[in-house]
Design a protein around this ligand. Structure first.
Ligand code: F0G
Length: 419
């Protein structure tokens, strides 16, 4: 199976361009990377992966941000704002409270548009330029649309986004709107939006930049590369576990791919690969269901609901890439309630780290797995927080305290404070 952690570095096929090609993870068919627009396999409709004849080693990386890792990417540079180089916060109180040896928080909300999606778009929009396509499009629970709108604008390209009506946080729509995306609100959930945008892409109406597009995941690999490099610099070892929120399972797939390529090049020992641990909201947990039941694929959930609207997804398209990632790294998946998510959002905020609800799912999941004894007290853990607090101001107000009205008078303010 091509997605094994110990799969050897692949042989370069004749269709490769500059040592890069596309390969189907289901049937192994290989395709030239940039000759035609293609999202899935021509032969079996399986998911495609970008493959490299020479996987990267640590010495290949220089510079800062996503493009520091261009040895692991299909291009030297992209359409950049720039992105990446996000903080790996220490959270000592939360670490002690959760009860693990080390807890660090990789805050992807610190990217230019406030989520990790920027890492995928800097590569994806670069590929769109290479292919010479006209309009860019995505379905989105919000963050992808904000990133696509901004990177499309940066690249001087037209963008179209399909959003589930009434289920996207205010900050994200505001971004897509100001960056001048054409916004279509669909009377359906994210999964229906993705069905439609895939149809539009298949009819040549737009270039699809959801994480079904294999090039987006290349950019998102750099989250894993940054975590490993920085963690090793600080502790001389790699984290035992990386805990992340899961929606379409793009990040889970991307991090796993980053680890696999490092193992292929000899840069990372198989025993040092962190356990990938996915967290979903209870109301939208098809990946957790598949892991718990030992299934090779997910069952589509038609009805999904959670306060963490970013991960309100019932049909994770990258499951065939992500399920092997969780299993091969000896990880797991867990579902958390909306209450647990909000509590974790407050916990992070108390350390000065402001995140949107979906992001806090990672910390909520870690807390739960630690309480259940699945995560040990001696583990070194990194939680991924995927989006910024300001993405969802309504959720922040709900989780936080209300402002207190006071008269326009110092004495009255003092009196109020003393109450
Ligand atoms: N966290 C946030 C803040 C997200 O916006 C998303 C996905 C995820 C986690 C899940 O990541 O799909 O790689 O498992 N948001 C997409 C969007 C679906 O449209 O913005 P995943």
């Amino acid at each position: 199976m091509s997605l094994e952690l110990t799969a050897p570095a692949p042989e370069e096929p004749s269709v490769a361009a500059d040592g890069t090609w596309l390969e189907c993870i289901a049937c192994g068919a290989q395709f030239a990377p940039f000759e035609d627009v293609r999202y899935t396999c021509d032969d079996c409709d399986g998911l495609l992966e970008v493959r490299y004849a020479s996987p990267p080693t640590w010495d290949d990386f220089e510079g800062r941000g996503v493009w520091r890792y261009n040895a692991a990417l299909p291009f030297e540079e992209g359409v950049s704002l720039p992105e990446g180089a996000t903080p790996l916060h220490e959270v000592p109180r939360l670490e002690a409270d959760v009860g693990v040896e080390t807890l660090r928080v990789k805050h992807e909300g610190m990217n230019p548009t406030g989520s990790f999606k920027d890492r995928g778009m800097t590569v994806g929009v670069r590929v769109a330029k290479e292919l010479g396509v006209g309009r860019l499009a995505c379905a989105s629970t919000g963050n992808t649309s904000a990133a696509l709108a901004a990177y499309g604008a940066r690249g001087g390209m037209e963008t179209l986004v399909l959003l589930p009506a009434g289920k996207v946080a205010a900050g994200k729509i505001a971004q897509a709107s100001l960056h001048d995306a054409r916004i279509l609100e669909v009377d359906g959930n994210f999964d229906s939006c993705l069905d439609i945008v895939q149809d539009l892409a298949a009819r040549g109406e737009a270039y699809l930049l959801n994480s079904l597009n294999p090039f987006r995941l290349e950019g998102q690999k750099t989250i894993g590369l940054e975590i490993l490099e920085e963690f090793h610099e600080d502790y001389g070892s790699y984290p035992d576990r990386i805990v992340l929120p899961v929606g379409n399972a793009g990040n889970t797939s991307a991090l796993y791919k980053a680890f696999r390529e490092l193992v292929q090049s000899g840069a990372l020992d198989v025993d040092d690969v962190p356990k990938l641990t996915g967290v979903q909201a209870e109301g939208a947990a098809p990946m957790v269901e598949a892991i718990e039941n030992g299934w090779d694929e997910t069952r589509r959930w038609d009805d999904v609901e959670t306060r963490a609207t970013a991960i309100r997804i019932g049909n994770p398209v990258n499951a065939p890439k992500a399920l092997p990632g969780i299993r091969e790294t000896d990880g797991t998946a867990v579902a958390v309630s909306d209450e647990e998510i909000t509590a974790a959002q407050r916990d992070l905020a108390a350390e000065g780290v402001g995140v949107e609800p979906a992001s806090a799912a990672s910390v909520a999941g870690l807390r739960k797995l630690r309480a259940e004894g699945v995560v040990d007290a001696d583990e070194q853990v990194v939680c991924l927080t995927t989006g910024h607090l300001l993405k969802d101001p309504d959720a922040a107000f709900e989780a936080g305290d209300d402002p207190e009205p006071v008269p326009n008078d110092t004495e009255a303010v003092l009196e109020h404070l003393a109450e």
